[in-house]
Design a protein around this ligand. Structure first.
Ligand SMILES: *Cc1c(COP(=O)(O)O)cnc(C)c1O
Length: 324
């Protein structure tokens, strides 16, 4: 494995299952739809950040940290998984969350508090500055904070998705399967950078398509290329990536980050009712909604095999009383 020499703790339930979606495939008339269940990584309702945290927490422990600090939206899945990882290793956790405290803590925010995280509400302040400030305050009290980057997306965290792609390719080889497309929700870009890096090294020839949940394609592709290059450096691999090496679809941004529309509602209901599989309103609902739309527009042939990489987020479903 490309990441064998990187310090890592074991938190995630791996390998995550790889499953066929027969009823949804039939309902849509193809392509052959499969799902990689990273909603089942096992850490306090799971999700993709758990894989990144295996490497980030190892670095924090090696540095003698006693507190993890990270940031995100009020319903951040990344913040919730970081709080759970901290609890698992006896570390304290400070979460710098955007906006103001809501009247009631629900969904991920409820879990953050159950997991013992301290919440610092940041309003609209720039997140990096606010995290540095939280770290400064902790150091002044004699503590040793470790800042987990936004989305867990730096070269250390991205190792989680380098390893994940190798895991998938091994599962697919064992099952005698080849996936023509891998589709998933992309935001901070770390998942895409890791998948693409391992795909390049291992010769995966299918398309890796990130469906953006918040950023336009151009800046996101640039960001993913930077992250992939930095991760290649980190792993000592002589690889170079350009923005054009990455496929990003930004046609499904709707009303913006976290604003649920008909696309998300329809996808969440359809996948739940045909397969008993839950999607979240912010990331996987939007990405699967985009995938369904692409299927209806004929973007795939019925015989092609498409893998939806489920990145988690289901706790976000419980942040609202209704999907309307
Ligand atoms: C963070 C997150 C993503 C996006 O992953 P990135 O590596 O930040 O691009 C997708 N889905 C869910 C549920 C997430 O929490």
């Amino acid at each position: 494995m490309l990441t064998d020499r990187q310090p890592r703790v074991s938190i995630a339930h791996l390998p995550t299952p790889l499953e066929f979606l027969p009823r949804l495939t039939a309902h849509l008339g193809g392509p052959q739809l499969w799902v990689k269940r990273d909603d089942e990584t096992g850490l306090a309702t799971g999700g993709n950040k758990t894989r990144k945290l295996e490497f980030l927490v190892a670095e924090a422990l090696a540095q003698g940290a006693d507190t993890l600090i990270t940031c995100g939206a009020a319903q951040s899945n990344h913040a919730r998984q970081t709080a759970a990882a901290a609890a698992r290793f006896g570390l304290a956790c400070t979460l710098v969350l955007r906006g103001e405290p809501p009247p009631q803590a629900q969904g991920n925010l409820l879990l953050d508090t159950l997991l013992g995280a301290e919440i610092a509400w940041a309003g609209n302040a720039p997140r990096m500055e606010r995290m540095e400030q939280a770290a400064e305050e902790l150091r002044a009290r004699g503590r040793r904070p470790y800042i987990v980057p936004y989305g867990g997306s730096n070269p250390v965290g991205i190792c989680g998705y380098v390893a994940a792609m190798e895991e998938l390719l091994a599962q697919a080889a064992q099952a005698g399967l080849r996936f023509d497309h891998i589709v998933f929700a992309t935001s901070s870009g770390g998942t895409q950078a890791g998948l693409a890096l391992a795909a390049r090294v291992r010769g995966y020839e299918g398309r890796i398509l990130g469906i953006s949940v918040d950023l336009p394609a151009e800046p996101l592709r640039r960001r993913v290329a930077e992250l992939a290059n930095a991760t290649a450096d980190h792993l000592g691999l002589p690889l170079s990536f350009a923005p054009d090496d990455f496929s990003v679809e930004d046609g499904y941004l709707g009303g913006g980050y976290g604003v649920i529309g008909d696309l998300e509602r329809e996808a969440i209901r359809l996948v739940a009712r045909t397969e008993g599989l839950l999607l979240d309103p912010v990331y996987t609902g939007r990405a699967f909604g985009g995938l369904i739309d692409l299927i209806r527009r004929g973007a795939f042939s019925p015989r092609e095999r498409v893998l939806f990489w489920h990145t988690g987020g289901v706790a976000g479903l419980f942040a609202r009383p209704t999907l309307e």
